[in-house]
Each structure stands twice: as C-alpha cells, then as structure tokens.
Write a protein that binds this ligand. Structure first.
Ligand code: SAH
Length: 225
C-alpha cells in the first residue's frame, strides 16, 4: 500500500475490492490454464499489480486511450484501469483462452470502457488510433516495435515494460523504431521489490508509420527491421 503513494495512487475501498477479485479469479483460473508463473498474494500484488501500475512513472494516463498488445492475464492494462477508471482500454491477444479469461474478469470487475479482442496485433486494423500503446513481456524490442508502433497516434507513445538489461536491446531496435516513425524518448529504470532491473522504454511517435507495417508475423520474425 505504501508503494502506491509515490505513484500518486490513493486506493479506495472499490479499488482494493477489485484487486482482490482480480487476485482471486487469477489464482482460481491459473489452476486450470497457464496464465502466470507468479503465485501467491504477495508476489501477484507486487510483480503483477504494482509493476503494471509503475507505467505511470512515464506520466499520467487517466483519460487516455490505451492499447495493450499481448496483455495475457491483463498486464499492464487492467491494474491501470482499476487504479484510473477514466482510462479507455483495448486489449489484443493472440490466445483465445486468455481473451475468454479476460472477458469474464472484466465482467466480474464491473469495468466499463475495456474491450478484449482475440486477434494478433499484426492483424489488428485500428491503426494510428491510440494515445498510448503498451506491451509487457511480449517480444524483443525490434519485433515489438513493429507490433505496437503502427497503432499509436502521431504525438502518442509506445511504452515497452522490460526486465533485465534492455539498453543494448533498445539500441539494436533504434533503426526499426525510426523506420516506424518514432524516437526513443527515455529509458526509465525502476525497482519492483528486490528486483532492480525493471525499465520503461518510452518511445514517442513523431511521424506516421508507413502503411506496409506491420507486416505478416513470419516476415517480422525472419526479417526484423
Ligand atoms: N503482458 C502479459 C503477458 C505476457 S505473455 C504479462 O506481462 O504478464 C505474452 C502474451 O503475448 C501472450 O498472452 C501471447 O498470446 C501474446 N502475444 C504474443 N505475440 C502476440 C501478437 N503478435 N499479437 C497479440 N498477442 C501476442
């Protein structure tokens, strides 16, 4: 709880009840499908909920439209939606059973303004529409940039949530990011409990992404930008 104050989040009863419902349903469904390797109340709250909320270190999110690419069990977008109900969230994920999990979860949490779409990012058609595009633990930066940047509007941002030493990975992706119409604005390092290697890679979209991107996944993978 004391971790939330520096993020400018003041939890109320409804917010805490929603995180509890999230934890309970995630834990229950994790028994029957592969949703997360992180178990137990303390770790889920820290490594999923708190880590997701750390996105606000890159600036306020309330009221923005957010696309979360490969959200899996809902990270980072659903904890952000719970803390900032004015956020408008679209989730895309390639795995049908995770989307079904999310649809039930969204109903249990009684959240408005969240949709979960079963589609691969590279096949999603709402280009240049979002204030903010996020992805946590989905792909390496050069591949991830092509999966995410086409969907941010010019002036908007793509923020990748990374662990480990991502500086070299980002350097390798610089030319891909440039081709896609962006510039790396900042890499913000932060701690999640004892883990000191988390980072937000903040990319500003400064120009339209050429319409040929994103390419089909086979091409993205075999010939990364
Ligand atoms: N962001 C979550 C889940 C990470 S696991 C978290 O941090 O916990 C990666 C997820 O990305 C999986 O659910 C997988 O289905 C999804 N994914 C991988 N490639 C994708 C693509 N091209 N388009 C949409 N989803 C994708």
């Amino acid at each position: 709880m004391e971790l939330l104050a520096p993020l400018g989040i003041v939890p109320d009863a409804r917010m805490l009840a929603r995180f509890r419902t999230y934890f309970d349903y995630l834990t229950e469904q994790n028994e029957v499908m592969n949703l997360t390797a992180i178990n137990g109340e303390e770790d889920v709250y820290l490594r999923h909920f708190f880590d997701s909320l750390c996105l606000v270190k890159a600036g306020p999110v309330s009221g923005l439209t957010l696309l979360d690419v490969g959200a899996g069990a809902g990270f980072p977008s659903l904890p952000l939606k719970i803390a900032f109900p004015e956020l408008k969230v679209t989730i895309v994920d390639a795995t049908q059973k995770r989307i079904r999990f999310l649809e039930t979860l969204i109903a249990k949490l009684e959240l408005d303004g969240v949709e979960a779409v079963h589609v691969r990012a590279e096949d999603f058609d709402r280009k240049s529409g979002y204030d903010l595009v996020t992805a946590r633990a989905v792909a390496r930066m050069n591949i991830l940039a092509e999966l995410c940047m086409p969907f941010a509007k010019v002036g908007g941002r793509f923020i990748a949530m990374k662990t480990g030493d991502c500086v070299a990975e980002v350097a390798q992706a610089e030319s891909a990011i440039k081709t896609l119409g962006g510039t790396v604005e900042n890499i913000l390092h932060y701690d999640v409990g004892p883990d000191r290697d988390h980072a937000l890679v903040i990319v500003r979209k400064t120009a339209f992404t050429p319409t040929k991107y994103p390419r089909a996944f086979a091409q993205i993978k075999s010939k990364p930008l």
